[in-house]
Design a protein around this ligand. Sequence first.
Ligand SMILES: C[S@@+](CC[C@H](N)C(=O)[O-])C[C@H]1O[C@@H](n2cnc3c(N)ncnc32)[C@H](O)[C@@H]1O
Length: 255
Amino acid sequence: MAGDINKNGWLRIVGLGPGADALITPEVSAVLSAATDVVGYVPYVDRVAPRPGLVRHGSDNREEIRRAEQALQLTADGCRVVVVSSGDPGVFAMAAALFEALEKAGPEWRSLDIQVLPGISAMLAASARLGAPLGHDFCCINLSDNLKPWGVIERRLRLAAEADFAMAFYNPRSRARPEGFARALELLRQACGPQRLIAFARAVSTPEESILVTTLGEAEPEMADMRTLVMVGSSQTRRIECPAGPWVYTPRSAS
Ligand SMILES: C[S@@+](CC[C@H](N)C(=O)[O-])C[C@H]1O[C@@H](n2cnc3c(N)ncnc32)[C@H](O)[C@@H]1O
């Protein structure tokens, strides 16, 4: 990256929420309306309607650093740039990639006008659908081993189970790596027992939404895909049977 900084440019790193337009914050809608350029993974850029004066730069998965550098360059050129992620931009998404690129760039890039605008993360949208599974202490783990070794994931799963956290899992399973989630389920079954509650919240807030609540003993790896947020309860998490389906919640106190 090189060049003089044009002070008219700004960069907003935003989250589009889990899918429904109603879950995009007004703050994010406002910067999208003012943008000259939208940068992101193709399916997320496609969620921003085309309009005159807006250039949409969609790129492939796993191109985060190149995309971040492109966004910094456009901003330095004086464009009004919005980098889009799904959910929240700081949760397994573009904000960290942007700061990795900024840190590597020369000191002159640090005067760019940059803001991160929050979005509703899949974990929070799924939690609301289920009831209140995150009502007490919890942790969240990305089950993809693209950017970390599988051994690190297994260690974190074991320690989270030992600490009796409720757990939220992003990126549980993809076609490229179907075996990892089966191993994670087996580890959790051993550590937490077969009666422990597990929920599969798929495509939350979209027309394809589905919610499945079961136990680790009954769970199958095929219940998750890349559009699923998986939650495993703590030992205190319980379900309330209701005609419209179960509520899942974790009481606020623990002994
Ligand atoms: C790369 S991560 C991006 C997370 C995003 N930044 C967020 O805060 O939700 C993609 C993962 O988020 C989860 N996810 C995203 N949207 C979802 C939705 N509408 N319903 C369920 N899970 C979703 C899935 O686990 C998916 O594999």
